[in-house]
Ligand binder design. Structure first.
Ligand code: NAP
Length: 273
């Protein structure tokens, strides 16, 4: 679609953002539905100035990435209650200069999982205690799942487990883990250390569904071993995809073209290899 005087602007703010996969995914979706809009990366080191720019330029919707997901919250007019619990915003909606912050990371993770399993009443084990583990943990609670948190650093892990009102165990004791769903929310297994894995095959064999949020490589060692052991597997691209699907639907009010967006992500990742 040609850019004109009526073209709507969406984008992503963060620092850095040049490597972001979101422009490819969102522009493919906008083009597929014939929506007169574009999605651009905006490298932003000064988040307050960037938020002033959203209002000033009438940017309709923004993704927010590192390092601004927490600091942006105080600059918005309203923040969705789940985003408040998570303590991070990855999505801004601009409705006539009123800026609302939301978090779709949890929606991305839970929607990817729900393609394979009913989360209500399921027991999930989350590996890791960082920002993604936090969003996924609160998301699983929203969906009625129970959780065990398992991570490397005890103080950080116990702090998050207390907030999630769930048990914590050390990664060193991972052979005790049991459940329906296992989610790797650590960076273990990511390029270039692709032969690393957070837990053994004996551990993955205790679960029906194994999801890895690492998406480079697309099939981590954890997922390869889980698949060989008969588990259903979900790769990190699916969480990235569905958090974008949720953003697209919030911004445009239309059903997102999921397969178009997945294809765009796969293509852009293949070009990065
Ligand atoms: P983060 O806040 O830095 O947290 C990283 C977590 O990984 C921490 O709990 C850390 O352990 C743990 N960890 C790191 N190296 C480890 C190791 N060698 N052994 C055991 N644990 C280790 O990062 P994040 O933002 O949550 O992101 C985590 C991963 O998810 C990254 O690889 C990121 O690229 C990926 N990600 C994917 C998506 C998606 O949509 N698919 C979205 C966001 C992030 P400690 O608790 O001991 O510090």
């Amino acid at each position: 679609m040609a850019i004109s005087g009526t073209t709507v602007l969406y984008g992503i703010i963060g620092n850095p953002v040049t490597h972001s996969l979101s422009p490819a995914m969102h522009n493919a979706a906008l083009a597929a539905l014939g929506i007169d809009a574009v999605y651009l990366p905006f490298p932003a080191s000064d988040i307050a100035a960037a938020v002033t720019g959203i209002r000033g330029l009438g940017i309709q919707g923004l993704s927010v990435t590192i390092p601004h997901k927490e600091s942006v919250m105080a600059l918005l007019d309203t923040v969705d209650p789940v985003a408040v619990k998570i303590g991070a915003v990855n999505t801004i909606v601009n409705t006539e200069k009123v800026l609302t912050g939301l978090n779709t990371d949890w929606l991305g993770a839970t929607r990817a999982l729900e393609e394979e399993i009913d989360l209500s009443g399921a027991h999930a084990v989350i590996l890791g205690a960082g920002g993604s583990a936090r969003a996924i943990g609160f998301g699983l609670l929203e969906k009625g799942a129970s959780i065990t948190l398992c991570s490397r650093t005890e103080s950080r892990g116990r702090r998050l487990a207390d907030e999630l009102h769930c048990p914590w165990i050390s990664l060193e004791e991972s052979d005790r883990l049991r459940g329906d769903v296992l989610i790797n929310a650590t960076s273990v297994g990511m390029v270039p250390q692709i032969e690393n894995t957070p837990v053994s095959e004996e551990v993955t064999s205790q679960f029906q569904v194994v999801m890895d949020i690492v998406y480079a490589p697309m099939k981590t060692r954890l997922l390869r071993e889980a698949e060989a052991g008969g588990c259903k597997i979900i790769n990190g691209l699916e969480m990235l995809l569905y958090q974008g699907v949720a953003q697209f639907e919030i911004w445009t009010g239309k059903d997102a073209p999921v397969s178009v967006m997945r294809k765009a992500l796969v293509e852009v990742l293949a070009r990065k290899k």
